[in-house]
Ligand binder design. Sequence first.
Ligand code: UDP
Ligand code: MG
Length: 332
Amino acid sequence: MNTYEDVPPVLTIVVPCYNEEEVLPETIGRLSKVLDGLIRERLIAEESTVLFVDDGSRDRTWDIIVQYNQSNPYVTGLKLAHNAGHQSALLAGLMKAKQTSDCVISIDADLQDDVDVIREFILKFHEGYEVVYGVRRSRATDTAFKRSTALWFYRLMQWMGVDIVYNHADYRLTSKRVLDNLENFKEVNLFLRGIIPLIGFKSTEVYYDRHERFAGESKYPLKKMLSFAFDGITSFSVTPIRLVTVAGFLFFLISILAGVYVLVDKLQGDTVSGWASLMISIWFIGGIQLLSLGLIGEYIGKIYKEVKRRPLYIVEEELSSIRSAARERVRV
Ligand code: UDP
Ligand code: MG
């Protein structure tokens, strides 16, 4: 149970940004307004901030963060040295934010998620929830293609036994305690949506309507989306490997039947007529073998990556709030 009646909790909102120059000024404005309101209501502490993680953007994203950092006390920044990807950028922000906060909310830079729900997140946190999932009520603003692929993705994940919250992306509140535990998950193939439910603690859901992107284009083209979905499945489930085993077993049974058939055929003296079925089976088995090898290789590839223990992100520069007595620009 959190007892924040006298001293309100410190909140940090973490926003991963990749080439978001078009939306950032608006995002900063809206989030600052939300923080203003919550501080006035004494729901969060005055030291609460928004941490913008620049994920190796090639546009003016970092310049904008630096510029606002000089005038807006809520704005803090973290610049990654290269494009680490959405999940890694988010993790970088969460790990930095937890050092100074009681709770952390992650949200995309593009204002697709309703910022007014942040107040409900905080109220739930006051009630003692340590994880609050933001869940989309409808996906009316997404394209039909994105909607149906997303639905299939959730179904597939569920079928494979991966516990994820339906229609929840990375808009959520987590307590410092949850983040401390997240730090112990050392995996390189990051799929935060799958890891957070694994950590546990008291959790709840808050519903909201998702808007269209405020400006700019999606930074998740089909290729990135597919590889994200594939990562989600292979990092959490061994079902694909089991399917290969089941398929292998089935083909073994079929090959016995085929063997009997070929023998009978041969005893009857029709040797030449077996050529077609032989060719077909060679191709078929060859295909299955390749598929199996590919899948096994996928897992071995993952083991390889985990074994290397490479850092997921590298911090280049940090900006703290101008509120901090001596404002320092730390170079790491
Ligand atoms: N993003 C990031 N690194 C990347 C790709 C995306 O930090 O390599 C950020 C992006 O700036 C945004 C969030 O991740 O804040 C979600 O991306 P986007 O809105 O483009 O995805 P979509 O909503 O279209 O799935
Ligand atoms: Mg978006």
